[in-house]
Design a protein around this ligand. Structure first.
Ligand code: KG4
Ligand code: ZN
Length: 383
């Protein structure tokens, strides 16, 4: 079947067309219009500005998605849209638009939980999803078809708004076994980046700085004068690493960076920036890996998957793959293709295929009337 997906929960306007069957989920188009430039001026996403941009962009993005997929309206079997969680003004543009086209084109409509979308990004098949890390790394990431991922699945969701460990015994069945008690991992990356003057979004900027520090360390013996940065050791806590449960906390880690930098001059911060980023990133990674491995040892999943924007972090991918290989040789490790790790509509369309397959004939028929009844919920829970 051909599915049109729509995502506007935060700062990306995205429309995708996918071709889905029980054997394969193929992305025909996945257009993402990012608002990062606009929001970076404000140091974070401004909800009303995001809504205004979504409104401006959504029609041309839809047109491009249809053109690129070489499909037209009559080919579409189902429309799906992110109904929450997210920024209410932003979500409402997507859901109102989806309701309008569902009504006018007389197509069934279903609403999808944003995190369900991130999880199902792993089920998308594409040539590129058969990925491995750089040649230097010996760790392997499961390259099999998304549609063949085996249950039970342990899923580490790491995004700007969520950090959760979720156990899935089967499709669409979610048991949250641990979650953050305060900030999400991505939120911590964004806040630490703001403290260090690295702009928005923080994740890619921090990982780039951390990479610089890695290079400096590997260059060290060759350098005559390694300077101030090599003399000072930055060390940060690994919050809740020994808490004995699967919960997380990242707010204190961000505050630890704030207190450390408050004691430094601007030039010290500038000299030590990449070292701070490296240690902060490593602290987050250590906690994420420790909790995931502990949870996997308890629940014995067939597959461990990453989901959400922070899953784009190469160091996290590499170290998690290696920890799984060493500690859980019977579990496979899967990450979404980089194209589908940040917010996008293909993941929403992919999740909606599994929802649709699970619906009765009556529910499918009723979804033709969802343009009237679909609710948008900023604080929607995964169920
Ligand atoms: O999933 P996502 O696109 O949006 C939400 O649903 O929140 O995730 C965005 C988050 C941001 O906090 C961003 O800083 C983080 O993902 N992120 C990263 C990386 N790329 C994006 N965090 C760490 N390393 C990255 N390479
Ligand atoms: Zn997201």
């Amino acid at each position: 079947m051909i599915i049109l997906g729509i995502e506007t929960s935060c700062d990306e306007t995205s429309v995708s067309i996918i071709k889905a069957s029980s054997d394969r989920i193929e992305v025909l188009s996945n257009i993402v219009s990012s608002q990062i430039k606009l929001h970076s001026e404000w140091g974070g996403v401004v909800p009303n500005l995001a809504a205004r941009e979504h409104l401006k962009n959504i029609s041309p993005v839809l047109k491009r998605a249809l053109t690129c997929s070489k499909k037209n309206i009559k080919d579409i079997d189902l429309i799906s849209v992110t109904k929450g969680p997210g920024l209410m003004p932003a979500l409402l543009i997507g859901t109102s638009f989806a309701k309008t086209i569902s009504y006018i084109w007389e197509k069934p409509l279903i609403g999808i939980h944003h995190i369900e979308g991130h999880i199902y990004a792993n089920f998308i098949d594409s040539k590129l999803s058969a990925r491995s890390l750089t040649k230097k790394n010996t760790v392997t990431i499961y390259k099999g078809r998304g549609s063949r991922i085996k249950f039970p699945i342990l899923c580490l969701v790491v995004s700007g708004g969520h950090t959760q460990l979720i156990l899935m015994k089967d499709h669409l069945q979610y048991k949250i076994i641990g979650e953050t008690q305060d900030d999400a991992a991505g939120e911590a990356f964004d806040k630490v980046a703001r403290i260090l003057g690295l702009g928005y979004p923080g994740g890619p900027a921090i990982s780039a700085e951390a990479e610089k520090s890695n290079r400096q360390i590997s260059d060290l013996p060759l350098r005559q004068d390694s300077g101030e940065a090599s003399k000072i050791q930055i060390s940060l806590p690994r919050p809740m690493i020994n808490s004995g449960d699967f919960n997380f906390s990242f707010s204190g880690l961000k505050t630890a960076v704030l207190y450390k930098t408050k004691k430094m001059s601007l030039s010290q911060i500038s000299n030590l920036k990449s070292q701070i980023c490296r240690e902060f990133q490593q602290a987050v990674i250590d906690v994420l890996i420790c909790k995931t491995v502990n949870a996997a040892e308890k629940y014995n999943p067939e597959t461990i998957i990453l989901a959400g924007g922070v899953s784009a972090n190469k160091e996290l991918q590499k170290q998690m793959a290696s920890a799984i290989k060493d500690n859980l040789p019977h579990s496979k490790f899967k990450i979404p293709n980089s194209e589908f790790s940040l917010d996008n509509a293909a993941m929403i369309a992919a999740a909606s295929y599994f929802r649709w397959k699970n619906m009765s004939e009556k529910q499918k028929k009723d979804s033709l009337k969802n343009w009237k009844t679909l609710q948008t919920e900023a604080g929607l829970k995964l169920s």
